[in-house]
Design a protein around this ligand. Sequence first.
Ligand code: RUB
Length: 273
Amino acid sequence: MPNDLEGLVKSVKVMEIRGARKIAIESLKFLRKLCKKKGFGREFNRASKKLEKVRPTAVVLHNCLEIIRKEKKIEIINKLLRQLRISEKEIARRGSRLIKNKYVIMTHCHSKEALSVIKQAWKEKKKIKVYATETEPKEQGIKTAKELAKMGMPVILIVDSATEFFIKDVDIVLVGTDAIRKEGIVNKIGTYPLAVVAWEHKKPFYVAGDTLKLDKRKKLIIEERDPDEVYVEHMKTLEVRNPAFDVTPWKYVKRVITEKGVLTPGNVKKMLK
Ligand code: RUB
């Protein structure tokens, strides 16, 4: 992991470090080192603001920073890192109970929290199978597919537009999240269409997400990334847009698997108030 701020920012920007949870963990570790040397003054402010801006949709780092800004103690950073470690295990444990033997799961993108549930079910010797979408434009779903296949799990990699083709074989759709908001679940672009496909075929759509991802910020920020990720040949007459996330409305969500319990959309909306 990079030791300096510029290096860390760059790694997040080019997505060597990615996934909302991992970004928060690596940023907190960096800030802990910085604050041990320089305290919680100007340099902390500068670094934390800069880190927060790199992936503005992912709320978990923002939420952690708000707590640290109030308390200004190394122990708080340690506590948050501990919390993130423990909650991933708790999400895995609670989520795995929803996965029955021989279940077929469809997932999108690469989410540590969603994967922790799938991996836990596999560790419990459930004979599951996974459909992973490749997740354009950066194909993070291939990372998911490879990671699970390495464990010996049967995995089928499909293109994003093939979800409807395969959904009939699926028992449960499970994704992660960048932010849990009053409008719905913010996650990698393509999550919303997947939820609609699941809804049309009466398949339950689950989200795995830490309660540190509850997003009470007024404004919904959808990061738009470099058009080069989509198409590199520049033409004056061609506009390329590349929004990184979409918002799946609550109507499509069956439950949110958090470290505190498997919550209904109604429960979550109450927590957001
Ligand atoms: C990542 C993505 C993940 C969430 C949750 O998209 O949408 O589902 O970040 O991940 P990108 P985690 O990498 O393009 O930002 O469960 O690991 O926090």
